[in-house]
Design a protein. Structure first.
Length: 390
């Protein structure tokens, strides 16, 4: 089934494609959790992303149960493939966004909806931290005054404290097993102590320079501070052009080596109902080439370190995501588990070769189609045909 978000995003990404083209979306496994203080505009951003209608209210905890939406990733290359090949189906790769209850000071100790909030985001792959950079009397701030830096620090402190609690429990278990002579537990204990010391210094686990082997010992410990994070500055039009709060947010994000995406949350929700040309003119009037939510989705894809490959099968051209460095058999498994089990080889052409030469047949004639075996690592922009034994 195609939801409202799919319809709207497909129109935005694929304008001028063949009118009879159908657009279908498949839920993928990469999930972004939208976090922040109450009344920061998290649900507004979620609605802008998903063309949804989740409740937006001016009081804390209007979001109780998490809102979930699947969002297509803007992909001009796929759009170009659609123009070139005119398939009946054009399928964008997708990322899932989860909007959870606002986090307040003391959440790690169960204040507000803290325990529910923290449980909901432990399994996501990326944190999208929405920070309020607008003043509005009709939407009171949960703390005194508008101070994005303080707001960020409140949320980050609660994530650190929550991870310290989990690490502490894991450490006690590892200490007990290590005393009994468990060598694996002894190795894991060293890693847990290293992370615990870093968290106590205020360092996120992801910034501790952990090796792949050390990270392996944390696989069963879903630490929030191990996750990549990007900031969304939720702005008013007054703040958009280098207002003091947005300027401060850019400085804070730079200090954390994290991207910050400026979004006019309320405006972007309203723009969903504009005809494409009016939407484009309105954004150009603000000095914008595209909606901020487009950049948010792309930044999420980049931080998740995903590459995009494409398949052409019958009436469908489709984009797929896999982590960078994925071998061809595992990429085939994204399409269908049977393809991974029976993998023989992958026939590979580059998207730029196809767009330059005009058809798969011409790519083959030009000698630009090549076969790769099990060790081939899928590259961004590959067009793959998987040969497998049924």
């Amino acid at each position: 089934m195609v939801d409202g978000a799919a319809c709207i995003w497909a129109k935005l990404f694929a304008e001028n494609l063949k009118p009879t083209t159908d657009y279908w979306l498949l839920t993928m496994s990469w999930t972004c959790g939208i976090i922040g203080l109450p009344n920061a505009g998290k649900t507004t951003i979620f609605n802008a992303l998903t063309a949804g209608h989740a409740e937006v209210a001016s009081y804390p905890f209007s979001t109780i149960a998490p809102n979930t939406g699947v969002v297509p990733v803007p992909d001009p290359r796929l759009t170009e493939l659609g123009r070139l090949l005119k398939p009946q189906k054009l399928t964008f790769a997708t990322i899932e966004f989860v909007d959870v209850a606002g986090l307040i000071e003391g959440a790690s100790q169960g204040e507000g909806l803290g325990n529910q909030f923290l449980a909901a985001i432990r399994e996501v792959d990326l944190l999208v931290h929405v920070v309020r950079c607008f003043a509005a009397g009709s939407c009171p701030h949960p703390l005194v005054g508008l101070d994005p830096k303080r707001d960020v620090e409140v949320v980050e402190t609660e994530l650190l404290l929550s991870d310290l609690e989990i690490i502490g429990r894991q450490r006690l278990k590892a200490e007990k097993a290590a005393k009994a002579g468990d060598k694996a537990a002894t190795a894991a204990l060293a890693v847990l102590l290293k992370v615990e010391e870093g968290l106590n210094r205020g360092q996120w686990a992801r910034d501790l320079g952990l090796s792949a082997q050390e990270l392996g010992y944390l696989q069963a410990t879903p630490l929030l501070t191990l996750k990549p994070c990007l900031f969304v500055a939720n702005l008013s039009e007054e703040e958009f052009h280098d207002g003091p709060h947005y300027t401060g947010m850019k400085q804070l994000a730079a200090a954390r080596s994290a991207p910050v995406v400026p979004i006019l949350g309320d405006l972007e929700v309203e723009l969903q109902d504009f005809p494409p040309e009016e939407r484009r003119e309105f954004l150009q009037g603000l000095g914008l080439e595209e909606p901020g939510i487009y950049r948010l989705v792309r930044e999420s894809q980049r931080l998740l370190e995903l590459v995009t490959f494409y398949t052409i099968a019958g009436v469908e051209v489709r984009a797929w995501h896999v982590p960078a460095g994925t071998p061809a058999p595992q990429a085939a498994g994204r399409v269908h588990s049977d393809m991974e089990k029976g993998f023989i080889r992958a026939e590979v052409m580059r998207l730029d070769d196809l767009t330059r030469l005009g058809s798969p047949a011409r790519v083959r004639e030009a000698g630009r189609l090549h076969s790769e075996g099990r060790e081939y690592l899928v590259q961004d922009g590959d067009i793959l045909l998987f040969r497998f034994q049924r």
